[in-house]
Design a binder for this molecule. Structure first.
Ligand code: NDP
Length: 253
């Protein structure tokens, strides 16, 4: 098996939040590996520009992942209009930096809807088709905050930790149908979400850098390459794994 084991030629990939940051890095890597990539998000202008940059036969659909009643029809339509979805990347996510004592129930629920419930709904709907076709790769974008307790991210960290539980359970049901589910736990990756947080606080940026074993931040392409590996033939025997892509931040914590 040579480099062709990493090829995603003729595969259809759906990437939520694929227009920005890590999602765009993932979409680019998938497109470069030969996949037809469909990206989603709430802002049409952002998606349109991203698709122009991706080139080839990439496409976009405006879709709010918290619109749970729309998800079954959305997935069904994508399967018909773009082709059977081979790869689902649940990347869309929102962050909340707040002490638990200051986090309201509504804020907690909103994080859960975007970061967890949408992942369940999309994986269930795509899983319906994938298990029938006996082929598919689902990737969750988790976080180090789902592995460790980190201060002021109780809602976000809980949503990311719960993804591991969801993955473990889906693996028990989907594996016999040759559908694999893995989670990537990015460390500190230069994306709009991350830069907004650290640019406002240069001292924090330096502190974080010191916590990364490799002493540098990652970029969205690093996550994209890991998604390509996990979703390609090269990763065909890997399922139920949480893969940190973090420059050694996890072991250096
Ligand atoms: P961005 O803010 O750049 O990306 C988030 C993406 O999610 C945007 O494209 C956004 O599009 C989309 N999104 C958010 N809410 C919704 C919604 N309700 N419906 C549809 N799309 C939505 O951040 P990152 O690229 O950094 O984050 C991507 C993922 O990586 C997230 O899951 C995040 O938790 C995770 N992560 C990031 C880390 C980092 O260091 N950057 C570290 C660990 C994990 P739009 O607003 O147009 O809807």
């Amino acid at each position: 098996m040579g480099l062709e084991a990493f090829s995603l030629k003729d595969k259809v990939a759906l990437v939520t939040g694929g227009g920005t940051g890590i999602g765009f890095g993932i979409s680019k890597a998938l497109a470069e590996a030969g996949a037809r990539v469909l990206i989603t998000g709430r802002r049409e202008e952002v998606l349109r520009k991203a698709v122009e940059e991706l080139g080839g036969n990439a496409g976009y659909e405006v879709m709010d992942v918290t619109d749970k009643t729309a998800i079954p029809a959305f997935v069904s339509r994508v399967n018909t209009e773009y082709g059977a979805i081979d790869i689902l990347v649940n990347n869309a996510g929102i962050h909340l930096k707040k002490m638990a004592l200051e986090t309201s129930d509504d804020e907690f629920e909103s994080i859960m809807q975007t970061n967890l419930l949408s992942v369940f709904s999309l994986s269930r709907e795509c899983g319906r088709y994938m298990t029938e076709r006996k082929s598919g790769s689902i990737v969750f974008i988790g976080s180090m905050a789902g592995i460790f307790g980190i201060d002021r991210v109780s809602a976000y960290g809980t949503s990311k930790a719960a993804l591991t539980g969801l993955m473990n359970n889906l693996v028990t049901e989907f594996s016999k149908h040759n559908v694999r589910i893995n989670t990537i736990a990015p460390g500190w990756i230069e994306s709009p979400m991350f830069l907004n947080a650290v640019n406002a606080d240069p001292a924090r940026k330096e502190k974080i850098e010191n916590r990364i074993a490799m002493s540098c931040f990652g970029n969205p392409g690093d996550i994209g390459n890991a998604v390509v590996f996990l979703s390609s033939e090269a990763g065909r025997y890997i399922t139920g794994v949480v893969l940190p892509v973090d420059g050694g931040a996890t072991v250096n914590f």
